[in-house]
Ligand binder design. Structure first.
Ligand code: PMP
Length: 429
């Protein structure tokens, strides 16, 4: 059955459309934090951030159904749903960030944010980290450093490394010294952009450094980067596609953790709980400037069904207290996981925020060489114990645990139990 479907997939979608696992999972349904495959096997979903409030949440399903049964149309008529959603979404931001443009994907949002920044600054140069992903448009492919692309890095792009306080090479250095060295590298990259004649339009930074492997950055790093970019005339773009909407627990938006107020914030993945919904949040003056020069229009972005779904996601997060629970469960999970990996010299320490965390896997107790092979086997073994998660980081050697915020207390032992067994079978062997 699965082989047949796999072959049909290859002969229609091609062989290179990514699939997880040596033996891909054929999922047929989801509910809350649980997924069921075609053989009736249930998995705890500790990976997916798109079904933010839970798979097939009845209220989201009903909001979608009810609006689709009433009216769905493009975005050039007056519609109260989109205005009500925009008001509710903007109420979660600082007062300065008071305008939103809705799109259908995170890629579209980042592309648009870069256009706004470039027009405002009359500069082309963009600063990104040296292992990041912000989307798949032509503009974004030219600044992709964390995923294989044939597009060479754009001549207008410069990269900087994200410091990790727990990296072996930083073991002998103070946090202050690590921060100073990291910001010096940012200064150099900015200097190069200015010297190249492209100027500085923006820094695009993902608030959790997810693709980068969740490094533990020194306090003040992101604020220091923002300050330097602004001094060079550029804008600060926070990519909240992964870090936003309460994922980090103690903050509704990930950039708030860094004490930075961005000029543009891009949203995606969890916004529509699986329905394609994304956007750019910015200031009235930046939007006014862009809007007065460009006839920007988006057929689907912010249509009545998307707006109804997005608004219901916000209501569910609020009424079910998901952000506070994410903070509590996230900290409990990281503590328990920390206790588990402390017994294994090749693992750890645990990194992350809220319900997005993981730990690196090394080849031996010196914790200097990443071990992608064991990490991959660990991910497969966790699956065989009924839990789905993945791996991230430049060496694909950091375990990636990022369940829907629908995770509840009773699910933690399932996650920790599967990890304990899988570690015994792979790391301890
Ligand atoms: N930014 C980040 C941080 C992402 O993780 C992704 C998707 N993985 C994107 C942008 C692109 O979003 P989309 O796939 O919706 O275009």
């Amino acid at each position: 059955m699965t082989t047949t479907l796999l072959e049909r997939r290859f002969s229609t979608l091609g062989r290179h459309s990514p699939l997880f696992y040596d033996e891909p999972i054929h999922l047929v349904s989801g509910e809350g934090v649980w997924l069921t495959d075609a053989d009736g096997r249930r998995y705890l979903d500790a990976y997916n951030n798109v079904p933010h409030v839970g798979h097939a949440h009845p209220r989201i399903v009903e909001a979608l159904r009810a609006q689709a049964a009433t009216l769905n149309i493009h975005t050039r008529y007056l519609d109260d749903r989109v205005v009500e959603y925009a008001e509710a979404l903007l109420a979660t931001f600082e007062p300065e960030l008071d305008r939103v443009l809705l799109t259908n994907s995170g890629s579209e949002a980042n592309d648009l944010a870069l256009r706004i920044a470039r027009q405002h600054t009359v500069a082309r140069g963009v600063l990104v980290t040296d292992f990041s992903y912000h989307g798949n448009t032509t503009l974004l492919a030219e600044l992709t450093t964390g995923l294989a692309t044939r597009e060479p890095l754009g001549e207008h792009v410069r990269t900087f490394a994200v410091p990790d306080l727990d990296a072996p090479e930083n073991a002998e250095m103070s946090e202050q010294a690590i921060l100073a060295a990291a910001l010096e590298r940012v200064d150099r990259a900015l200097g190069e952009l200015v010297a190249s004649g492209h100027g500085v339009a923006a820094v695009l930074v993902e608030s959790l450094f997810s693709t980068e492997g969740l490094p533990r950055v020194p306090d003040g790093f992101v604020a220091g980067v923002a300050e330097r970019v602004r001094a060079a005339g550029g804008l600060v773009l926070a990519d909240e596609v992964q870090a936003g909407l309460g994922r980090t627990g103690n903050w509704f938006w990930g950039y708030q953790r860094h004490g930075v107020l961005p000029d543009l914030v891009t949203l995606g993945k969890p916004l529509g709980n699986g329905h394609p919904l994304a956007g750019v949040v910015t200031t009235a003056s930046l939007l006014e400037e862009f809007g007065s020069r460009n006839e920007y229009f988006n057929t689907f972005g912010g249509n009545p069904v998307s707006a109804a779904v997005g608004h219901e996601v916000l209501r569910v997060i609020d009424e079910e207290g998901l952000v506070a629970r994410c903070a509590r469960l996230g900290s409990q999970a990281r503590e328990e996981l920390g206790a588990l990996v402390r017994n294994h010299e090749r693992l750890g320490p645990v990194h992350g925020e809220g319900l997005f965390f993981g730990f690196p896997v090394f080849t031996d107790g010196t914790r200097t060489r990443p071990d992608p092979g064991t990490t991959k086997r660990l991910v497969e073994a966790v699956k065989s114990h009924g839990v789905l998660l993945s791996k991230i980081g430049p060496a694909a050697s950091v375990l990636k645990i990022r369940p829907p915020l629908a995770l509840e207390d009773e699910h933690l032992p399932v996650l920790l139990g599967a990890l304990t067994d899988a570690i015994a079978e792979t790391v301890d062997q």
